[in-house]
Design a protein around this ligand. Structure first.
Ligand SMILES: Cc1cc2nc3c(=O)[nH]c(=O)nc-3n(C[C@H](O)[C@H](O)[C@H](O)COP(=O)(O)O)c2cc1C
Length: 298
């Protein structure tokens, strides 16, 4: 169980994943038992300019209670300005993204090399809002350089409520296997709750020192990873499409079904024909027709 300010989080947490965890997929995962969902990362500099894309990223649904928006940047003043304007219950800060276009600006995982700045960012947000602030990071920046503990100390002193640790170093990107043992060691001596992340395929009972588990890619294959119910891919796909059409236009909906069907229907008879049909579909009704056809084969 994880306590974030006045919010008690039970169940697994859906990891933020750019391009995937939009409001439709997050809602689907909440319906499948996720205890918390997080938006993909939103630039605090972008927020200052108020683009339509940023607004879309921050759209929240009714079932996202409490809701959580993830921010990235490196200037405490930008974070304070963002925290004053965004409308959500919990603010998460990305201090783990390893992508060159992010770290070259001093954002994301680059903050592992600057724990003092990381603390200043959390402090700047806490100075302007009572909302719980969480941080998401990795074991360290360079391989075998364990910097997470220092970062955690700094953000804890500044008032962070919890930290998610993905058991890889930034320089590893997504290579190798996430080191759950290293995350556990960090959790044992952390002054604030630790959420474990990385290559978790089911919600097994976490070690007592781990406050919660966060699942990313496995949820793309099976949103029912959170409630362990029968993962009927046709039912999941239909509900996902329903939610997509509720929030987005037809073009976006079809694009997302192309991305997700690769995962949902990996092990289903006729999945290749289904994917081919979806790839040339230009209406949602074409996708639904292809789904019906495929289900008949199963
Ligand atoms: C496509 C993709 C996009 C991601 N986008 C973000 C992001 O916006 N913010 C973030 O903190 N992590 C992001 N991540 C990292 C995930 O949140 C998570 O830490 C990582 O995938 C490891 O967990 P998993 O093994 O359960 O997938 C992304 C990962 C993937 C695969």
């Amino acid at each position: 169980m994880l306590q974030l300010g006045k919010y008690t989080i039970t169940g697994g947490i859906l990891a933020p994943m750019a391009g995937y965890t939009d409001v439709a997929f997050r809602t689907l995962c909440r319906e499948c038992g996720a205890g918390l969902t997080v938006t993909e990362m939103v630039s605090v500099r972008g927020l200052a300019h108020g683009s339509q894309k940023t607004e879309q990223l921050m759209r929240l649904s009714e079932v996202e209670r409490p809701s959580c928006i993830q921010l990235f940047g490196n200037d405490p003043a930008d974070f304070a300005a963002a925290a004053k304007t965004i409308d959500c219950d919990i603010i998460d800060i990305n201090m783990g993204c390893p992508m060159p276009k992010i770290v070259k600006n001093g954002d994301g995982a680059a903050l592992l090399n600057n724990p003092e700045r990381a603390g200043q960012i959390v402090r700047a947000i806490k100075d302007v809002t009572d909302k719980p602030v969480t941080v998401k990071t990795r074991l360290g920046y360079y391989i075998e350089e364990d910097q997470a503990a220092e970062l955690i100390d700094s953000v804890a002193k500044a008032g962070a409520a919890a930290v998610t640790v993905h058991g890889r170093y930034a320089k590893q990107l997504y290579n190798g296997i996430s080191d759950g043992g290293a995350v556990l060691e960090i959790a044992k001596s952390s002054p604030i709750p630790i959420i474990a992340n990385g290559d978790i395929y089911e919600l097994f009972p976490a070690a007592p020192s781990i406050a919660a588990l966060m699942i990313g890619r496995q949820a793309l294959f099976n949103p029912h990873v959170f409630d362990d119910k029968d993962p009927d891919p046709f039912g999941v796909a239909r509900r996902h499409i329903e939610l997509l059409t509720q929030y987005f236009d037809e073009r976006y909906t079809i694009n997302q079904t192309r991305k997700f069907f690769v995962h949902y229907f990996r092990r289903v008879n006729g999945s290749k024909a289904l994917r081919n049909a979806v790839n040339v579909a230009d209406k949602v009704s074409d996708v639904m027709f292809a789904l019906d056809e495929c289900e008949r084969l199963n």
